[in-house]
Design a protein around this ligand. Structure first.
Ligand code: CUA
Length: 318
């Protein structure tokens, strides 16, 4: 955040991060147009109040003449604000249409939001926990929620769209600068809402093609434990499961391998490969005593080798 303020060359960057999408300058212009007019009217009211408070602070000057009306004043304070609101309306409507009409040549990425992470599904046939896109190319996001209302927001792009359950929500953007930007969830969606974060990585076309090629194959060369650790951090397991023994929304992974878990239905099960597999694919089947069944299923999100990696990773956390 600090660097962003340091390279801020204009006043416009005082509150907002850099403009990194084609729509961002338009959103900002309208925002600052409204903001500066608000300052103007605020100044008139405050300065006026102070001035008249001082002018009529005592009764020495006597009372004012009874006032009737002033045509010029009344027409001015009616027509001028009307004109301003109409400017804002047409300007806003134009930008709104631009933000909502997706260009024909946009590439498409499917977004799934669930408690408490985003996953990005590429048509090439794989899931990513990061949104990776090429620079200077329109990207259409087809978004769905697995459970409750979430919000997709990238401050640097000035792009924000709620993700309502039981329907597809569509938005689009075109990034103008290579870099890494934050994705936030902006609807309160439960306990770990504030940790529902992700990154959007903007790459140049060449790097994007390379990434695409690599992302689409399961890298067999990464040792399982390391793969498990990557999955643990990238797929938001760390939002709910600690690795240091502390209890979060879910039980800690530390030292649970080969122990016996007691469940809300009274059953006791040993933590082994099958138990971990079931907990990832069908997390609602057995709920550990003292916890709530809030974990989403990772069915279709994690591949077999990745699940094996998580198993090995949990084994390694003694
Ligand atoms: Cu998802 Cu807040």
């Amino acid at each position: 955040m600090k660097e962003k303020f340091e390279d801020a060359s204009t006043l416009q960057n005082l509150w907002m991060p850099d403009q990194v999408s084609t729509i961002a300058p338009e959103v900002d212009s309208l925002f600052y147009f409204i903001l500066y007019w608000v300052y103007f009217f605020l100044a008139i009211v405050v300065v006026g109040a102070i001035y008249f408070g001082w002018k009529y602070k005592s009764n020495e000057r006597g009372t004012t003449q009874p006032l009737d009306h002033n045509n010029l004043l009344e027409i001015t304070w009616t027509l001028f604000p009307l004109f301003l609101t109409m400017v804002v309306f047409f300007w806003g409507a134009k930008s709104y249409l631009k933000m909502n009409i997706v260009p024909y040549d946009a590439m498409e990425v499917n977004v799934k939001a669930q408690k408490w992470f985003f996953s990005f599904n590429y048509k090439e046939g794989f899931n990513s926990s990061e949104l990776v896109v090429p620079v200077n190319r329109p990207v259409k996001l087809i978004m769905e929620s697995q459970d409750v209302l979430h919000g997709f927001y990238v401050p640097d792009f000035r792009v924000k769209m709620d993700i309502i359950p039981n329907r597809y929500m569509v938005t689009w953007f075109e990034a103008t600068k290579v870099g890494e930007y934050d994705i936030l969830c902006t609807e309160y969606c439960g306990t770990a809402h504030s940790q529902m974060l992700a990154k959007v990585k903007v790459l140049n076309q060449e790097d994007y093609d390379k990434w695409l090629e690599k992302a689409n194959v399961v890298d067999e060369s990464i040792p399982l434990v390391e793969l498990g650790e990557i999955i643990y951090n990238k797929n938001a397991c760390n939002t709910c499961h600690s690795i240091d023994g502390s209890n979060m929304i879910g039980p800690s992974f530390k030292g649970i391998w080969n122990t016996t878990m007691e469940h809300t239905d009274g059953s006791k099960v040993l933590v082994d490969e099958n138990y971990i597999y079931e907990s990832i694919i069908e997390p609602q089947k057995k709920i550990i005593k003292g916890y709530e069944g809030v974990m989403p299923s990772y069915k279709g999100i994690l591949r077999d080798r990745e699940i094996l990696g998580v198993v090995e990773y949990i084994k390694s956390l003694k």
